[in-house]
Write a protein that binds this ligand. Structure first.
Ligand code: NAD
Length: 483
């Protein structure tokens, strides 16, 4: 078998110790890999590179397309970019796969039967990083949910379920409130679920779904989520399974993949041979499956399960009465190596032989774009006069009607305040003024530009606009409360 080149970063804090232990196990198990070591993280930041990753490291990553990465320390303060976020975005690693498993009775857990996989969208949602302070009082962060992004992650979740013999995929969204963004994710989920009749599917509103997951995680199998919900719930799931020190994760895209532990660099534990290498090791197991060495992956995973069963535990999972021997990072690694070839006796053994269970990412389907028509515009203004009386702003805005545009409503933080607002509604200095075509038809860019000209000439401070469009005749904008 020819060796597969992989890029390895030893990382910061406890990183080098746990990476050494993991590579020792992986090599002892007979993995056919060729390691290219790169330096990323703290040392690179401190050399003045605010991205934490040098061009040579990118070269290696572009060559190998497989990144095995120990945790990194992101220095405090603004200006430093997280290597994780940069790597995910640059390499298009859209799927974050995080198995969360309980190892009862060997590791203390509140949920002995827990065995679920969180699949988190990694690239979009509120993490696009598009934020603005728009007025004295108001800050905005754009939540971007895209059709191709949703299609890719949801298809990935169903593919993962099929290849790993999982029975059900659940989506969590908040589409009762965010009808367009989360609504799209839910809609795409239903569409793709229909292509996988062999796999059960269900949707939960994220709040009650999260509560159910924390209370009865056994009720779930694979959960697919947009970025923010996934970020939060994957940590909750790992924690309630037993320990953040035990979970590994894969970040997968069409062109490359990155494997890591879910925890950070735990600087207070660094250099003391204390840290648990298990999370990074399970990340390595996923990597071996991904690069087509499933037998080696299973050998390591089963030996690791046997080590847990034998009560050989690092400090973080050591419990009097359950554990037999408290060991350091290195000794734990040796214990796993000694058990290579052995199977767990109580815990369920793993087998990765059938199919590629960490599938590569795929591209979204090419679609015919919908017919788009602009039918109005929301003009956002920063306004702080006349005691913020919406009727005063209404009168001023109404005076700017013309050229076929008519003011239809004004809202403040999404609550309609004109016409017919409520005196009790609290208003900030940020107002959305909706203009629609007087004849209910389409409008032109020129009409919008001229309207903005009139707004500016009237001494009103517009801070942004959003065009109101229909797509195949369906409104592509929320109608707002009270309408
Ligand atoms: P952390 O995960 O490093 O530590 C949280 C707690 O868990 C600490 O008490 C720590 O001692 C313990 N812990 C973590 N991993 C352990 C292990 N393998 N064995 C035993 N105990 C373990 O989180 P933090 O303290 O919030 O962050 C520290 C640094 O790590 C920060 O600079 C942060 O930016 C970085 N970080 C990096 C990644 C990554 O590279 N993927 C992820 C999260 C945090």
């Amino acid at each position: 078998m020819s060796k597969t080149p992989i890029t390895v970063a030893y990382g910061d804090g406890i990183g080098p110790e746990i990476m050494s232990a993991c590579l020792h196990i992986i090599q002892a198990a007979g993995a056919e890999i060729e390691i290219e070591t790169v330096e990323v993280g703290e040392k690179v930041y401190l050399r003045g590179n605010t991205s934490g990753i040098d061009p040579e490291a990118w070269e290696s990553l572009r060559r190998t397309r497989v990144f095995y990465k120990a945790p990194l320390t992101t220095p405090q303060g603004t200006g430093f970019k997280s290597v994780n976020v940069t790597t995910r975005k640059t390499l298009g690693l859209y799927a974050n796969v995080r198995p969360c498993v309980a190892y009862h009775p060997f590791v203390k857990t509140k949920h002995p039967g827990m065995d679920l996989v969180i699949i988190r969208e990694n690239e979009e949602d509120l993490y696009a990083g598009i934020e603005h302070r728009q007025t004295d009082e108001v800050y905005q962060c754009l939540k971007l949910i895209t059709r191709p992004g949703s299609e890719k992650i949801i298809r990935y979740a169903f593919e993962y379920a099929r290849r790993n013999n999982r029975k059900k995929v659940t989506a969590f969204t908040k589409d009762n409130i965010m009808k367009l963004t989360d609504g799209l994710f839910h809609k795409v989920f239903d569409e793709i679920a229909a292509e996988y009749p062999d796999i059960e599917n269900e949707h939960w509103i994220v709040d009650i779904g999260a509560a159910k997951m924390a209370d009865t995680p056994e009720a779930f199998d694979v959960i697919v989520l947009p970025n923010l919900y996934g970020d939060i719930l994957s940590d909750v799931a790992a924690q309630i399974a037993g320990s953040v020190g035990l979970a590994g994760s894969a970040n997968v895209g069409e062109h490359a993949a990155m494997f890591e532990a879910i925890h950070g660099s735990a600087p207070r534990r660094a250099g003391q041979n204390l840290a648990n290498p298990s999370g990074l090791l399970l990340g390595g197991v996923m990597m071996l499956v991904h690069i087509g060495q499933p037998e080696v992956a299973a050998r390591i995973h089963n030996a690791w399960l046997r080590t847990l069963e034998d009560g050989i535990h690092t400090y973080d999972i050591y419990r009097e009465g359950i554990s037999k021997q408290k060991v350091g990072t290195k000794e734990f690694g040796e214990a796993v190596v000694q058990r290579l070839g052995q199977m767990p006796q109580t815990l369920k053994p793993v087998s990765y032989a059938a199919g590629e269970s960490i599938p590569p990412g795929t591209a979204a389907a090419v679609r015919q774009p919908a017919r788009k028509e602009t039918v109005g515009v929301d003009v956002f203004v920063n306004w702080n006069e006349a005691g913020r009386d919406p009727n005063v702003l209404g009168e001023r805005m109404k005076a700017l009607e013309g050229e076929g545009l008519k003011l239809s409503m004004i809202s403040n933080r999404g609550q309609k305040v004109w016409p017919g607002g409520s005196a009790e509604t609290f208003c900030v200095d940020h107002w959305r003024c909706r203009f629609l075509a007087a004849d209910g038809g389409a409008i032109t860019h020129a009409q919008i530009v001229n309207l903005l000209g009139r707004v500016a000439a009237a001494g009103l401070d517009f801070i942004k606009i959003e065009n109101l469009c229909t797509f195949d005749g369906q409104p592509g904008y929320s109608l707002g409360q009270g309408e």
